[in-house]
Design a protein around this ligand. Structure first.
Ligand SMILES: Cc1ncc(COP(=O)(O)OP(=O)(O)O)c(N)n1
Ligand SMILES: Cc1nc(C(=O)O)sc1CCOP(=O)(O)O
Ligand SMILES: [Mg+2]
Length: 524
């Protein structure tokens, strides 16, 4: 199984800037066209696609292939549109509107499927995402057997990714039994042989698993995505939403693997937010694809207020060390920033409240003028009083959910985690990043448990949040941490390596340039 390279995630948005007649700069937003059925209940189909793409900041046009009558009980009726009118819609949009990515959902007849293939040949797009909708999550059949042949022989060979659930994967493979994760790996490879460039087999229906497991195969490597299953009745439309999000991320310029990861994060977030929502009386409810607009606090970590790259060189102050070397906290912070620290945490365990606040206010000014975020360790009151950028808490400090309530959606919250359960909780509770350690033994924090490089690696691989490594890290071993190359590991947090030293400026400069060299060589 492959590890995901910790690529710098700056996205190249598909934005075409042109100068209009009046001299104004015009902007072409990333554009997904969904070709799918209408769901009267608005949980799935065209309605889900529009909401998901809109939430991700992508323009979404729509070609309706069928109108369905459905609700939380099931599908009461399907009314396919005439082929010539599906063709007319496709021509209208594709000939005029500079579509980046086409995403397909319900294609209710082989005729409609062929009309789509012809249109795509006439108007090629950057990527084609095929959600081979055949059976709804409620078990209702949405595409006949003739369409199955069309998927296999005509549409899949054109697809950049196909995203079958277990039933659809089984149908595409002639009724193959898919009951285990090993079966899913096998299915992903077999479907790949039908012609798509990438395959995502979704294991949401896999029996006897507490995790939701998906298998992604890009023709070379199989990636296994495992997340704890979210217990909710509101899962109608997950397939449509996932495929739309993949399409939206591709339209924004993501690589396929990152698009899939981001799409999965979006769906998980939406399910979590909507898990207790009650709409309709049937067995399967919709979830809220617009959740990001509803509860800022819930989704704060995805907001604009935090750039995970700021974790690159994270300086954590220590009152005793600064005293030992005869300098004040404000001078120490200034030197760390001048040397290249990308984020500062004031960890002043022994300071009196008044002194701490005074120092925090002075540091805030320096940090602000250097565009470096300032966090406060443990003390939410001090953070509020000095309007710091955020707070770092541990497992025995104030819980993240409470800190979020107090600080609001636009502040940064970091939380220390040593286990995968803690990391999952951090995400659910709305933290922005995880501090993971002790990577090595440290004398700065008493009785700290060392989890080692292996513990760090396991946590980073499972985490949905960016991670900064901490504990005993210094020039001599920083390379071994960053060269792990694990997803989500964004930097190192250090105390004694900067502050238990004669010259904070020199030590910070030195560590910063070492980190730059490492990231240049790992990206090469
Ligand atoms: C970046 C970062 N990671 C971990 C910690 C430790 O926080 P905590 O577990 O609350 O321990 P104390 O720092 O409060 O002793 C941290 N401070 N920063
Ligand atoms: C504050 C802190 N937290 C840790 C954790 O494992 O969560 S280790 C640690 C101390 C880090 O100091 P130094 O860089 O001097 O080893
Ligand atoms: Mg603490």
């Amino acid at each position: 199984m492959a590890t995901v390279k910790n690529a710098l995630s700056t996205r190249t948005f598909s934005v075409l800037a042109t100068v209009g007649n009046n001299g104004n700069c015009k902007r072409k937003p990333p554009h997904v066209l969904t070709v799918a059925g209408s769901d009267s209940g608005a949980g799935a189909g065209i309605q889900a696609d529009l909401k998901a793409c809109g939430s991700l900041g992508v323009y979404c046009s729509s070609v309706v292939t069928a109108v369905t009558a459905q609700n939380t009980v099931g599908v009461q009726g399907v009314h396919p549109l005439p082929e010539h009118f599906v063709a007319a819609q496709l021509r209208s949009v594709l000939s005029d509107m500079e579509v980046d990515v086409v995403k397909t959902g319900m294609l209710p007849s082989i005729g409609i499927l062929r009309v789509l293939c012809e249109s795509l040949k006439e108007f090629p797009v950057q990527a084609l995402v095929v959600d081979p909708v055949m059976v709804s999550t409620s078990g209702d059949v949405l595409a006949g057997t003739s369409t199955l042949d069309g998927f296999r022989d005509e549409l899949l060979p054109m697809a950049d990714i196909v995203t079958p659930n277990l039933k659809e994967a089984a149908a595409l493979l002639g009724g193959l039994r898919l009951e285990t994760v090993a079966d899913m790996h096998h299915a992903a490879r077999c479907i790949y042989n039908l012609g798509p460039k990438n395959v995502l087999v979704k294991g949401g229906d896999l029996p006897d698993t507490s995790d939701a497991i998906d298998i992604f195969f890009d023709g070379k490597q199989c990636h296994e995505f495992r997340v704890p299953r979210i217990k909710t009745r509101n899962t109608h439309g997950t397939g449509c939403t996932l495929a739309s999000c993949i399409a939206a991320e591709l339209a924004k310029g993501s690589s396929m693997l990152l698009a899939v990861q981001e799409a999965k994060r979006f769906v998980e977030g939406a399910l979590l937010y909507s898990r207790d929502m009650v709409i309709g009386s049937g067995p399967q409810g919709p979830f809220d694809q617009l959740y990001k607009f509803k509860d800022q606090a819930f989704t704060s970590y995805r907001g604009e207020h935090f750039d995970p790259n700021s974790l690159f060189l994270y300086a954590v102050t220590d009152w005793r060390m600064n005293k030992k070397w005869g300098r004040g906290i404000v001078d120490a912070v200034k030197a760390a920033i001048d040397g290249g620290a990308t984020i500062i945490q004031l960890r002043e365990k022994e300071a009196k409240t008044g002194d701490f606040l005074g120092a925090a206010e002075a540091c805030k000014k320096i940090c602000q003028s250097n565009h470096v975020p300032l966090l406060i360790n443990d003390r939410v009151d001090i953070a509020l009083a000095c309007d710091a950028d955020g707070v770092h808490v541990g497992q025995s400090d104030m819980p993240v959910s409470k800190v979020r309530k107090l600080l609001g959606p636009n502040k940064i919250i970091g939380v220390s985690c040593k286990t995968l359960e803690q990391a999952e909780r951090a995400w659910v509770d709305g933290a922005d990043y995880i501090g993971c350690g002790g990577v090595f033994p440290t004398s700065t924090k008493e009785n700290n448990i060392t989890i080692g490089l292996d513990g760090l690696k396991a946590l980073c691989s499972a985490s949905k949040l960016p991670v900064v490594a901490i504990g005993g890290i210094k020039k001599g071993n920083a390379g071994s941490v960053m060269e792990l190359g694990v997803p989500n590991l964004k930097g190192i947090a250090v105390v004694s390596a900067l502050f238990d030293q004669q010259c904070v400026l020199t030590e910070t400069r030195c560590l910063h340039s070492l980190l730059m060299d490492i990231s240049a060589s790992t990206m090469a």
